[in-house]
Design a protein around this ligand. Structure first.
Ligand code: 6GU
Length: 236
């Protein structure tokens, strides 16, 4: 999968050189390219923001640097024809977007080319969304009901959630199946050796060798935990 990121803080994305994401990149499974939006600003101060039209607090990101950056990426995309399956999907992280879920991560993992446009300040001029939404596919996506300073941390979270679903990124694919949210429930508790630690015993069933009983216990734990912590997940 190809992933382009446009940001005024490329340094955030150094985190994706670590651990599984770093290995996936070294192995060519994820082609991540980070672009500094300021390089698409044409004035000598590399201005990317301006005051909100109509007044109000904060600053808004100017449309033209975004257009320069996105046009460059789209022109150099895998299958740049609109309507083709390889047509890139542009994601703008935004607290005003649809909420990112494991189901959305699965859906996005089947894309050939994702572009993350990281806004800062009070957001990006609306005409950028309108322009690229008309020319291709654009989604505004939030990672939850709280406010971050910009789209960078949200993009990193989404790229990791999507990237680990790509074939070969996680060594043992079984570990993807038994996780929280994959079956709509929270994950059951895990234990390792020793069987007793500071007077706390591992539940006997896990030491029984009875795999049917172990699976039943784990499912019951998942249900109980979900009912207690996230009853909203059981609503449907
Ligand atoms: Cl995607 N961006 C920002 N700035 N804040 C958020 C968010 C995104 N998702 C939750 N809060």
């Amino acid at each position: 999968m190809r992933i382009d990121v446009v940001t005024i803080f490329p340094g955030y994305f150094d985190a994706l050189e670590l651990s599984l994401m770093g290995k996936a990149r070294d192995r060519g499974l994820i082609d991540l390219r980070v672009h500094d939006l300021r390089e698409s600003a044409n004035d000598k101060h590399r201005t990317v923001d301006d005051t909100p039209t109509g007044g109000g607090a904060g600053m808004v990101m100017k449309p033209e640097p975004w257009a320069q950056a996105l046009d460059g990426i789209l022109a150099d995309s895998v299958g740049a024809e609109p309507g083709e399956s390889d047509e890139p999907l542009i994601i703008f992280p935004s607290p005003a977007g649809e909420v990112f879920t494991q189901a959305m991560a699965r859906e996005l993992a089947s894309e050939a080319h994702l572009v993350f446009g990281c806004g800062r300040y009070e957001g990006i001029d609306q005409r950028v969304f309108d322009e690229y939404g008309e020319r291709g596919r654009v989604r505004l996506v939030s990672i939850g009901d709280y406010v971050l300073n910009g789209g960078e941390v949200a993009s990193i979270a989404m790229i990791e959630a999507i990237g680990r679903l790509l074939p070969g990124v996680v060594g043992n694919p079984d570990s993807l199946v038994e996780e929280s949210h994959e079956d709509g429930l929270l994950e059951y508790p895990s234990y390792t050796k020793p069987a007793e630690w500071r007077g706390r015993r591992v539940p006997d069933v896990l030491l029984s060798g009875n795999h049917a009983a172990i699976n039943a216990w784990r499912h019951e734990q998942s249900l109980e935990r979900t009912r207690r912590v996230r009853p909203d997940l059981l609503d449907d």
